[in-house]
Design a protein around this ligand. Sequence first.
Ligand code: 1CP
Length: 356
Amino acid sequence: MSANDRPTGQQQTSTVAESAFLKACRREPVPHTPVWFMRQAGRSLPEYLKVREGIPMLDSCMRPDLVTEITLQPVRRHRVDAAILFSDIVVPLRAIGIDLDIKPGVGPVIAEPIRTRADLQRLRPLEPDDVRYVTESVGALVGELGATPLIGFAGAPFTLASYLVEGGPSRNHEHTKAMMYGDPQLWADLVDRLADITAAFLTLQIEAGASAVQLFDSWVGALAPADYRRSVMPASAKVFDAIAGHGVPRIHFGVGTGELLGLMGEAGADVVGVDWRVPLDEAARRVGPGKALQGNLDPAVLFAPREAVEAKAREVLTAARDLPGHVFNLGHGVLPSIDPDALTRLVEFVHTSTQR
Ligand code: 1CP
């Protein structure tokens, strides 16, 4: 069954360009508030666990048949307003030859961390031929999705650098910060190389048919604003500049970024993703005019009873009431142990309570 066999949020519209999601990103009037979820594909879905059985995470990202199926699963089930490509932020790094794996229950683990100038040589530019499976997957998905937009994505330079320098997930980012503060030139060269890789990865997804892209800077909330401005913003801005000419909405997301929202807006995105710690009306003041916002229900709220979820979702919608562009999402990814029916009900709630 393709995603089009079931009604989705775009039932009334017939093209991707007229979808509620893209309209909201462009800050145009919408028929209803569009909704999708970060990490909507994945372990919360039994149909995902079934097709992934026995197949390592990175192998599954390299198989267009699986990528297509897994990307479509949450669109069919939840009737979200956008699909997000099933992949991972470390896919382009592995594609240029970095020895890494995604360990179940841990996340990305790098065999030899990048810590010295000599190590930088291992970060060669990304060529489209390195990730043909991504282009092929995007092309197949665009055919299947019909009027539902596909979001492409990549990791932002800081978040990718953290995995590369630490060697894996990190709470305190100690080696990363040691490099950032101790050898600013090496750090600047590292994030600049990562900006080029990320820009190339997003460009090929857009050229293959992605209707929007999201830059995930998940861990950048670990930085103070002055350090973000000096050491990270130039690289993230380079990514946004490099893809500006394509005219697709560029979404910028991080966690714990309350103090960084203004600078993240300045870095160049069209849509700023907000976690659950800052209400959207306040976030809009911090981000400044001319941007749409995405967010921001606390993902853990979904463990509460239906009435409580709806009350919290209504708070999000109320805070976003006067914004010209709002894409409903969680403040971070779907938690793997959530009951997927809670997500389906939330999509329906957002659609029905914002019908215009
Ligand atoms: O065992 C499994 O099933 C693997 C779990 C998993 C999945 C389903 C990982 C490992 N990655 C993914 C897919 C993925 N990764 C998507 C899919 C598309 C969707 O949203 O439906 C996306 C967008 C990502 C992006 C990603 N990977 C981010 C940014 C988003 C975020 O949540 O902040 C990050 C930080 C990663 C690294 C990563 N990959 C996987 C894990 C468990 C982690 C986080 C580890 C850590 O805590 O550092």
